[in-house]
Design a protein around this ligand. Structure first.
Ligand SMILES: Nc1nc2c(ncn2[C@@H]2O[C@H](COP(=O)(O)OP(=O)(O)OP(=O)(O)O)[C@@H](O)[C@H]2O)c(=O)[nH]1
Ligand SMILES: [Mg+2]
Length: 229
């Protein structure tokens, strides 16, 4: 594929972002060359989880530690994430898709459009029936919203029909999909969305760093010895 598309995966703590990424990678890697960056606040657990479960071949997953405010690293100062993507891209220049998983965050967290081309936001039903109504950029404006853990709805008194009505009203034409990442229910619909998004993506879009010769100077800076004596 002569495109390189970056997709952000955001959402509150524990909503299922990493399990979703695992499922995506498992299915998509036959067709696409994929790289993935995960953001954790204090650890690199998610990258380790994905590596352990062989989500992607060796070396294609990188974890970054963001510290206290995970939204800062995907929205305000994106250099840590850009450097990670760039480093992976240099290792795998045939990459078609880059996924960036945000650290678990609040409802107002969004990705900088400089970091990703599309944003997928994941909430889960166990957070409560009122969450979809509480809105925020992720719930209202993301390119795709996933409502995960539908298997738990009966245990937490969440009426999925009500959630459907609320989201139809707040999102208008923007898509949302109910899923159970444990069983894979709903994932086929996400793959359809992804396929049509990839097909309609503007071919001319280039990686942000096109023309740039060095990394930005973040923690992954490679040493350039070409000028040393
Ligand atoms: N019952 C149920 N559990 C799920 C589902 N999806 C994920 N989980 C569980 O939810 C927990 C959190 O899943 P993760 O994928 O780690 O969530 P996350 O959003 O990546 O979490 P952070 O990165 O820590 O914010 C795990 O224990 C999963 O096994 C689902 O559809 N149903
Ligand atoms: Mg995670």
């Amino acid at each position: 594929m002569d495109k390189f598309i970056k997709i952000g995966i955001g959402g509150p703590v524990g909503s299922g972002k990493t399990h979703f990424l695992l499922r995506l990678c498992e299915v998509l890697q036959e067709k696409y060359s994929i790289i993935a960056v995960t953001n954790d606040i204090y650890t690199r657990e998610d990258a380790q989880f994905l590596t352990r479960h062989k989500a992607l071949p060796e070396g294609r997953i990188m974890g970054v530690e963001t510290g206290g405010c995970p939204h800062a690293a995907i929205r305000d100062d994106i250099s840590l994430n850009m450097d990670a993507i760039e480093l992976l891209y240099r290792k795998f220049p045939d990459a078609d898709l880059a996924f960036v998983e945000s650290g678990g965050d609040n409802l107002s967290a969004t990705f900088s459009p400089d970091l990703v081309d599309y944003q997928i936001y994941i909430i889960d039903v166990a957070q409560g029936e009122d969450i979809p109504r509480k809105g925020g950029m992720g719930i209202n404006r993301s390119d795709l919203l996933i409502v995960n853990k539908i298997d738990l709805a009966p245990y937490v008194d969440v009426n999925l029909k009500q959630v459907d009505t609320d989201l139809s009203a707040s999102r208008g034409p923007l898509p949302f999909i109910f899923t159970n990442m444990k069983t894979g229910e709903g994932v086929d619909r996400i793959l359809k969305w992804l396929e049509s998004t990839v097909n309609s993506h503007d071919k001319e879009k280039k990686p942000l760093w096109s023309g740039r010769t060095t990394l930005s100077g973040g923690m992954y800076k490679e040493h350039d010895h070409s000028h040393s004596h």
